[in-house]
Design a protein around this ligand. Sequence first.
Ligand code: ADP
Ligand code: MN
Length: 289
Amino acid sequence: SNVIASYNELSKLDLRVLRVIEVLHRNHEYVPVKRIVNYMGLSEEVIDKSISKMNKLKLLVRRGPDNVRLTFPAYDILSIHTMVKKGVIDAIAPTPLGVGKESDVYAADAPNGEKYALKFHRIGRVSFRNTRKYRVWIGERRHVTWLYEAKISAHMEYLALTEAYKAKVPAPRPRAVTRHLVAMEYVNGVELFRVKLSNPEDVLEQIISAIEDLLRINIIHGDLNEYNILVNPSDEKITIIDWPQWMYANVKGSRVILMRDLNIILRHFKSNYGLNVGIDAVMSRLAPL
Ligand code: ADP
Ligand code: MN
């Protein structure tokens, strides 16, 4: 992808400039180049050169000759860089695993030989196009609307993955979160809607029992469907993905969401495998929880 290609072109200095601009964004919608120069204590010439380069790579946008701001790909790069520095990852596959409406997911290799899925959250991308909505005030601080929403989404997902994984619910093991990026275990699986199961009864039981285990820790997934369940082709073990919209089970309105999740799953097994499991039977099984 573009972002990864750009990342590989950046020097340590370029990355530091990006990071400094991010910090200065706390006080400036457009950051004066002079402030960057002062902050970094380097010559104006050196900073200008780096800024021009990153402007060409579309990581920075200028306003007039003396002010700059970061673009979305710049935040992607900052997030990747943080994970590289923390030793979470060291290489990213240039082709995405999946480009959803709400995320871009890439495979990445870790220094420890593991493989991770990197999920860049994109919630708010649409509203970001409206420049008047570019920034909102939250308390005393200004935030990039898009980044703020995407960050919340990423951190919500990380929290749910952590809780689910701890409770032995089949979910990808979370590894790290920074800004709008979640790193989690790469799951070798195929989305439920794309597989022809040889043992659908068993897979449905795995799903219902996962819902049950989640209720025990007071969590409802909230976006359960045949796209967000991965099935391992060799043993048909499931992994539930895509968690940012989870909610607590003991809040008002959660029952409706739980039943929606269940209905979507039951409908899939009914129309694809002729399994007739009623929602009432499942709900009474879940009732004690
Ligand atoms: P979205 O909100 O965009 O639907 P998902 O979390 O469902 O985000 O991820 C989009 C796609 O990326 C999935 O359908 C799946 O193909 C792939 N994917 C997501 N997480 C993983 C993972 N942990 N391991 C392997 N592939 C994944
Ligand atoms: Mn999804």
